[in-house]
Structure formats: structure tokens, C-alpha cells
Write a protein that binds this ligand. Structure first.
Ligand code: ZN
Ligand code: MN
Length: 131
């Protein structure tokens, strides 16, 4: 991903800071609530616009799960996630990247593979305890 425009407005800097300070993969709405504590006049539309710009600049990741709203990640490098099917929590999965998979697809199909995404689904430890 190319970093074409590195201009950092105050709004953008604060939104990025909120994302860098959490590992909860928050929604735009959560980011909006946090941003308002610092910038009371900011609008939800401005938050969405800055999230899009940050994503385009490769500063953050947008994680979309089908029809549900997106979640955002302050860590833009490839890593895996575990999504709880009961509470919806998204956690980082700290295992090494399976780059071998890209090799397999390249060999099988003859295509140029630029990357891959991997998501795991199941019941998180908090929800397991509640049963
Ligand atoms: Zn859960
Ligand atoms: Mn993550």
C-alpha cells in the first residue's frame, strides 16, 4: 500500500491514536465516542472519512465481517484474528504467518499472490466460562 498523502490533520491524528491505544478492534461508533472526549465538535461522518483515508494510506486495517459493521485495527501489518460467534469480540491471533499457503496457491493456479487473509471463528474463553 502506498502512502501518497502523509498530511496529518488533528482529527486524523487523534483517530489513529485511539486505534493504536486499543487492541479491541473497535467499531466506528466506539471511535466516535472516544474522539468526542477530545474533540467535542467532531461528527460521525468525519470519523468515517478519516478512517477511510487512514485505510487508504495503509495506516490501519478495516475488518469487515459480512453484513455487520466494520471494525478497525491500528496494526496495519498482516496478522490473524479470532472472532467469537457468541459475543462478537475480535482478538489478535499471535501465530506466525502461513506464507506457505501463498506458495501453494501460486503453484496450484499459476497466479501472482500478493497476500492472504485468515480469520478464525468460535467461542472465546470468556463465553466458554459463562456456559
Ligand atoms: Zn465471546
Ligand atoms: Mn488485530
Amino acid at each position: 500500500m502506498t502512502k501518497k498523502n502523509t498530511r496529518m490533520t488533528k482529527q486524523k491524528r487523534i483517530i489513529l491514536q485511539i486505534l493504536k491505544n486499543t487492541d479491541s478492534h473497535p467499531t466506528a461508533d466506539y471511535i466516535y465516542q472516544e474522539a468526542r472526549k477530545v474533540l467535542p465538535d467532531i461528527s460521525l461522518g468525519t470519523v468515517y472519512r478519516n478512517l477511510r483515508v487512514l485505510r487508504e494510506q495503509g495506516e490501519i486495517l478495516e475488518l469487515s465481517y459480512g453484513s455487520t459493521f466494520s471494525r478497525y485495527d491500528g496494526n496495519p501489518s498482516n496478522h490473524y484474528h479470532f472472532v467469537c460467534t457468541k459475543c462478537g469480540k475480535v482478538q489478535d491471533v499471535d501465530i506466525v504467518l502461513k506464507t506457505k499457503l501463498e506458495e501453494e496457491v501460486r503453484e496450484k493456479m499459476g497466479v501472482d499472490v500478493e497476500g492472504h487473509r485468515l480469520e478464525f471463528y468460535g467461542v472465546c474463553n470468556d463465553c466458554k466460562v459463562k456456559n
